[in-house]
Design a protein around this ligand. Sequence first.
Ligand SMILES: CC(C)(COP(=O)(O)OP(=O)(O)OC[C@H]1O[C@@H](n2cnc3c(N)ncnc32)[C@H](O)[C@@H]1OP(=O)(O)O)[C@@H](O)C(=O)NCCC(=O)NCCS
Length: 196
Amino acid sequence: MRFGTLGGGGLREAAGVLSRAMRDNPLHVAAFGDDPARRVASLEALFRGLLPQVQARPLAARRGGFTVAVLGLEPPGACEITPVHILRMAPRLLRLGPSAWGRLAEWQAAWAAHDPDTPHWHLGPFGVEPALQGMGVGSQVLERACALLDRERAGGYLETDREENVRLYERFGFAVTGEERVLGVRCWYMLRQPRG
Ligand SMILES: CC(C)(COP(=O)(O)OP(=O)(O)OC[C@H]1O[C@@H](n2cnc3c(N)ncnc32)[C@H](O)[C@@H]1OP(=O)(O)O)[C@@H](O)C(=O)NCCC(=O)NCCS
């Protein structure tokens, strides 16, 4: 397994990994509906629009020449999705249909309202190819992300919609700072203070 940052052409592959990995997350079912293929297509459209706009390159794990895990990392001050971002993504988002777009807007507004006021790196989206989940790949990516946060002496912040992920992030020093239902789905907000 090799770890590093992804750029340019790698972002398209990363969008594919993330959309397959995150296909069944409860928020994605709530936002994009019951059809798994439609959810993958919607997520891929979303991530293809989003990843090139993120300032820092995502962290990735690669095996056999393929990207198998991706973690988005946005530096302090850059994690708010602005109207310019939305405008750039509009053609892709419109293809999702007006009701999915409405749910996406509600979800993003709810998450943005919890964003800490203190400077922090924003982690996510995060996904490992489904066949490789539960084998330690995600933990190795998180180790590298947390090492960066500690080097920068910076906080790290993330949102999640799955309780098993809360356990994973707690192992890396994240603590739950808030919890609420978004689109009817339980979500946790988590912050990590730098170590050392
Ligand atoms: C969450 C995710 C990135 C973790 O990567 P991973 O390589 O599967 O995780 P690791 O093998 O390093 O660690 C396993 C731990 O992750 C958590 N976990 C979350 N989803 C899991 C899954 N689908 N399979 C196995 N473990 C999972 C558990 O806490 C597990 O610990 P446990 O065995 O003590 O319960 C990956 O499982 C994934 O892509 N899940 C689906 C998409 C998602 O939820 N992304 C995160 C959004 S915030």
